[in-house]
Design a protein around this ligand. Structure first.
Ligand code: SAH
Length: 361
């Protein structure tokens, strides 16, 4: 079948979902996420006040005045009747048991032997997804996602996919790494199209390597989709070029993660005045990091910026120096995720700051 790939503008437009299944409700919630006005005809209890749910018989008149119809009933003859009505009345319709006759496509099932895509979701702004990442999250049967994957990105995933949270917060490992590695194998063997969705780039402080090593051991086909790493995203949206002919000839990405209360970094390599240092996971150890840099010879007046929730509507940027940043941060109610950028390039922000976050957007 020839398909035209074009996004639908459903905001404030009436859409109809038919069916009492959990899938029907999930599809209704997905339409609501995209701001449609949704009526569900089916037997549901939902606390989502933007879904109007009624349990009654569907008639052909229900099709009128809806832009889009999804029929996900357990009654196959009802689904096929609704599809016929929609075709007669020129309404776009998706039917769960008749996708080949539907006029609108959703990918609800595995179409190939199991495989895994390790996908970088970027730093949060959904428009920073690659086209490939977007396609894969729309086609996935199962999505194993992290805490850092932003809500607007989650809202773009296939609504009928199974979602598994594998996120980690500092102290609270929801799933140990080894369980995640094994889970991906088990899911792919169902078979299913699995997307392992990670913040930023999967190969930068993302343990992506470990996860696909296990897949390789089990001969599960996989691919890796790079994402915009948080350093690039935060730097761009804070107006801080990471290199600049006048200020920095090189840039280094390090992790400030504490292990047994210590940060294991080769400080001597980080104190050259012409080097930009970008620190992932550096909030808890911020004081320690700034002090160690100064102690090993970096000027205490070196500019330093902390970017919180970079690229997102809630982005905040605190600018100071190695000496004074910890105190500023301590008084500013900062929360993770944050990126620490150290170096002369930070001064360029005075001129190059362009992004105006709109927290209420
Ligand atoms: N693979 C990811 C990094 C994972 S480590 C990547 O390539 O970006 C997690 C750390 O990334 C966080 O502790 C924080 O330091 C940083 N980070 C991720 N998203 C961020 C964002 N939107 N704003 C600021 N820092 C972010």
């Amino acid at each position: 079948m020839q398909l035209l790939h074009a996004p639908l503008a459903v905001q404030d437009r009436p859409c109809l979902v038919v069916g009492s299944s959990r899938l029907a409700l999930r599809l209704a919630e997905w339409l609501v996420l995209h701001k449609a006005q949704v009526t569900v005809i089916g037997d549901h209890t939902t606390d989502n006040d933007r879904i109007r749910s009624t349990s009654r018989e569907v008639t052909s008149a229900d099709i009128d005045n809806n832009w889009l119809v999804i029929t996900a009933s357990d009654d196959k003859s009802l689904n096929s009747r609704i599809l016929d009505w929609c075709n007669d009345k020129c309404r776009f319709c998706y039917s769960i048991d008749n996708p080949e006759h539907a006029s609108w496509m959703l990918n609800l099932s595995a179409t190939s032997p199991g495989q895994v895509a390790l996908v970088g979701a970027g730093p949060g702004d959904p428009e920073l997804l690659t086209l490939r990442a977007l396609r894969l999250i729309q086609q996935a049967d199962v999505i194993v996602y992290d805490r850092l994957v932003s809500k607007p990105i989650m809202a773009r995933c296939n609504p009928a996919a199974e979602f598994i949270y594998a996120g980690k917060s500092k102290a609270n490992h929801t799933l140990p790494q080894e369980s995640i590695n094994n889970l991906l194998v088990t899911l792919a063997q169902r078979p299913a199209n699995v997307v392992r969705l990670k913040g930023g780039d999967p190969f930068i402080f993302g343990r992506g390597g470990e996860e696909i090593e296990t897949l390789a051991d089990h001969r599960i086909p996989f691919q890796v989709v790079p994402g915009i790493t948080a350093a690039s995203g935060c730097a761009a949206f804070a107006g801080i070029p990471l290199t600049h002919r006048d200020h920095a000839q090189s840039v280094v990405f390090v992790t400030g993660h504490l292990r047994n209360g210590e940060i294991n970094l080769n400080w001597h390599e980080l104190v050259s005045p012409q080097l930009t240092v970008v620190v992932y996971m550096g909030l808890t150890g911020l004081e320690n990091i700034c002090a160690s840099m100064i102690q090993h010879g970096r000027e205490s007046s070196t500019p330093a910026a902390l970017v919180q929730q970079g690229t997102q509507p809630q982005q905040r940027v605190l600018v100071s120096t190695l000496k004074d940043l910890p105190a500023l941060v301590a008084n500013s109610e900062v929360s993770a995720p944050t990126m620490l950028i150290i170096g002369h390039v930070v001064t360029l922000r005075d001129k190059l700051d362009w992004f105006s976050p709109a927290p209420d957007a």
